[in-house]
Design a protein around this ligand. Structure first.
Ligand code: SIN
Length: 338
């Protein structure tokens, strides 16, 4: 049996002394070395979130020159959907921006955003997020160690399948759909008589291509950047829900930052948020046009009667989750539709 190499006693004493010096270092010494801020997300760089995170890096490093270094990891390179929250809580990453659909393990309130046909458009979503009840939700997970710093938009969801006909709810009966890890979305597809399957974002293209699932719901920007339109036949312009993000940090790590760094990062986040939200509108508009021009999947426009049929079919979902979410919050969100 080989024995462990022994550490020379002198080196051991010195490294213990070194460790003690680091632990005892005053805050200003720690603040002098650049603080590395790791920002991990699951989408491509040419998306609203991809561009927002890069803008945050640019602004934070400018405002806090020499004090912080921001490292951005797109496309699930560092952590995918399944692991990113855990990694944040363990301190392996400092910022993530999951879709609002992915928080239901931490709070039932944020499920609000998944209720089908709750918001008429992104302007209404924006209005609610800026309101007092919307802002309160950013702090609703602090007891679980997560602090929301901002909302970022992506856009309204569209429905796609590998079938030619996609106008009415009966067209999706019996089909398999990939969904995000959300019980509300699961109930939504069950209400349609379809079979939902929770799956990480990074696996969706492959699942659509191989026929593991028949369809999915997403924004124009995610559909285009992930090439879903190349492996789907029809995309119906349903606008039946929203994919937006909450930029979250580890509350303990955030509170432990030197005050000037926290201030600089907060300012960078506010500016990056305005930028990301502007990009979201632009991306979704352009990417829809690019999908239409590519001519691979057909974009199905819906009549008012079609939309009413989808709305009616998904209605039972509201009753099921009203208790968890709270009627007051639903009413506050509905007020934004003006
Ligand atoms: C994202 O936009 O972050 C991913 C959304 C999804 O999982 O469909």
């Amino acid at each position: 049996m080989t024995s462990m190499p022994s550490i020379p006693r002198r080196r051991c004493v010195m490294s213990l002394a070194g460790a003690a010096a680091v632990l005892a270092a005053p805050a200003w010494v720690k603040a002098q070395t650049p603080i590395v801020v790791k920002f991990s997300h699951v989408v491509a760089e040419k998306t609203p979130k991809g561009q927002g995170s890069l803008k945050f890096k640019e602004l934070a490093e400018k405002k806090l020159a020499g004090k912080v270094q921001v490292q951005v990891f797109p496309s699930s390179q560092l952590f995918g959907d399944a692991k990113e929250m855990e990694a944040l809580l363990l301190g392996d990453v400092h910022l993530i921006a999951p879709s609002l659909s992915k928080f239901d393990r931490y709070t039932k309130k944020v499920q609000l955003f998944d209720l089908p046909f709750l918001f008429d458009d992104i302007a209404a979503v924006d209005h609610f997020q800026s309101s007092a009840p919307g802002q309160d939700l950013l702090k609703s997970m602090t007891s679980r160690g997560l602090l929301g710093l901002a909302y970022w938009h992506n856009g309204m969801k569209q429905l796609s399948t590998n079938r030619d006909k996609l106008e009415r709810p009966e067209d999706v009966k019996g089909l398999k759909f990939r969904i995000q890890a959300s019980d509300v979305l699961e109930a939504q597809f069950r209400a349609l008589g379809a079979n939902p399957q929770k799956m990480a974002f990074a696996e969706v293209y492959q699942a659509l291509q191989s026929g593991v699932v028949d369809g999915q719901e997403n924004t124009w920007s995610n559909i285009y950047s992930q090439k879903f339109h190349e492996v789907q036949k029809t995309i119906a312009e349903t606008n039946h829900g929203v994919i937006d993000y909450m930029v979250v940090t580890n509350a303990k790590w955030w509170d432990g930052l030197p005050a000037d760094v926290r201030k600089g990062l907060s300012e960078a986040m506010a500016e990056a948020t305005a930028y990301a939200n502007k990009m979201a509108g632009d991306f979704n508009e352009d990417d829809k046009k690019k999908i239409e021009a590519a001519g691979k999947a057909r974009v199905q426009k819906l009549t008012k009667a079609d939309v009413a049929a989808w709305r009616k079919a998904m209605e039972p979902v509201w009753k099921k989750f009203e208790g968890d979410i709270g009627r007051d919050l639903i009413d506050a969100a509905l007020k934004s539709n003006k």
